[in-house]
Design a protein around this ligand. Structure first.
Ligand SMILES: Cc1ncc(COP(=O)(O)O)c(C=O)c1O
Length: 395
């Protein structure tokens, strides 16, 4: 029998890391620092159950019907004014509800990228975005970062060197490093992108999870040239399972994104959109955010304390002001991919650094998620990892 031939775009996607990570999280014996999931306690199941009940009672037939591509208008209106918090002036017409920020990245790529086009990314960057871009057969270019995120001069240099079409950037509590880009760099990035006609995909699902420091305006708030697509999501602070995110973009780009969405899924689930809208407008959001910020800050502090206590000299890590991740760098000769089975044998999991790099690198790094483990698990798991690392460093 002839073998079926998959499209070339499906070769070497490297999506196995994410799939295996979800599998690992299903094993109750494993202390997993691998995922990017909210804590189960942070999911407001009871409030959302009541909301869903009422919605189905009051508007069941509307909800069960097809609806508009752009999304539920009251939610779009609410978002257009809510993003003022991040310095943005958006109209309702600019808001497209997406099935998570993940779909926003996919739609941006679908609308702008031809095979062979260059997308600039951070080193490291969100690994599932790399997978999306690979399906569009991009060439990657990399922009250098320091402790404050990407360096504007390196961005401009990379645009010229690669004749780049797009920058994909996670500016706030970055996945995987937890680092936040300061306001002056955001402004510089918007200006440089505008000058060169480069699209910026600003992926910002973590901004609401700030535990210390002051909020920073979005890159989109500095965009005077209509080049920034801002992506947000309700996944990290209400529910990832409802799959509701949003893209806010200049009118011309919005039109194309909406056409792109039409060919993907027509529209995001009506029930999910309305549940999110009711949750945000019934006064549940602020107390909920207050409570999860407090909880996650405690977990972050516990993780940082455990790292200080249990990780050997020669290792270093980021100190994020928010979000869900800490990025750990080990001495250069330690390979975190090789170390993972040893950690898993002791029932601890993390994600090795390599899949977060478009151009190699990250061999000696790992991403730790602190939102989904209990305080005790954070201490026990990090202690265990510290032992595995110490052994490897001695070998
Ligand atoms: C940077 C970043 N973008 C997008 C996503 C996907 O989020 P959503 O659930 O909104 O699709 C994630 C999830 O981990 C993420 O970390």
């Amino acid at each position: 029998m002839e073998k079926v031939a998959f499209a070339t775009r499906m070769h070497d996607l490297g999506g196995d890391v994410v799939r295996n990570m979800f599998l690992l999280t299903e094993n109750p014996d494993i202390i997993s620092f691998a995922g990017g999931m909210p804590s189960p306690d942070a999911l407001p199941a009871e409030q959302l159950r009541k909301i869903a009940d009422e919605l189905m009672q009051d508007a069941g037939q509307q909800i069960l019907q097809y609806s508009t591509i752009e999304g539920y208008t009251p939610l779009r209106e609410w978002l257009a004014s809510a993003v003022a918090e991040q310095g943005m002036k958006a109209t309702t017409e600019q808001v497209l509800i997406t099935s998570g920020a993940q779909q926003g990245i996919d739609l941006a790529a679908k609308c702008f990228i031809n095979p062979g086009d260059c997308v600039l990314v951070e080193r490291p960057t969100y690994l599932a975005a790399l997978t999306i871009f690979k399906t569009y057969e991009v060439e990657f270019g990399c922009v250098d970062s320091d402790d404050y995120g990407i360096i504007p001069e390196s961005f401009e240099e990379a645009i010229v060197r690669h004749n780049a079409k797009m920058l994909y950037v996670v500016p706030t509590f970055q996945n995987p490093t937890g680092v936040t880009l300061p306001a002056e760099r955001r402004k510089a990035i918007a200006e440089i992108a505008g000058k060169h006609g480069v699209i910026v995909v600003e992926d910002d699902p973590y901004a609401k999870l700030r535990y210390d420091g002051e909020p920073v305006p979005s890159i989109a708030s500095y965009d005077e040239n209509d080049v920034v697509i801002f992506l947000g999501s309700f996944s990290k602070f209400i529910s990832p399972g409802l799959r509701v995110g949003y893209a806010i973009s200049p009118p011309e780009i919005h039109e194309k994104l909406a056409q792109g969405k039409q060919t993907t899924d027509f529209h995001t689930s009506n029930l999910s959109q309305r549940m999110i809208y009711e949750f945000c407008t019934r006064g549940y959001l602020e107390p909920h955010l207050k409570s999860i910020r407090k909880d996650y800050a405690i977990r972050r502090d516990a993780a940082l304390e455990a790292l200080e206590k249990h990780f050997p000299e020669g290792t270093r890590w980021t100190h994020p002001q928010g979000g869900l991740f800490i990025w750990v760098v080990l001495p250069e000769h330690i390979d975190t991919t090789e170390l993972l089975p040893k950690a898993a044998a002791k029932n601890v999991a993390y994600i090795p650094g390599v899949p977060f790099y478009a151009d190699g690198g990250g061999k000696n790094a790992m991403r730790l998620n602190f939102s989904n483990a209990s305080l005790e698990q954070l201490d026990v798991g990090i202690k265990c990892l510290g032992e595995v690392i110490s052994e490897a460093m001695k070998a």
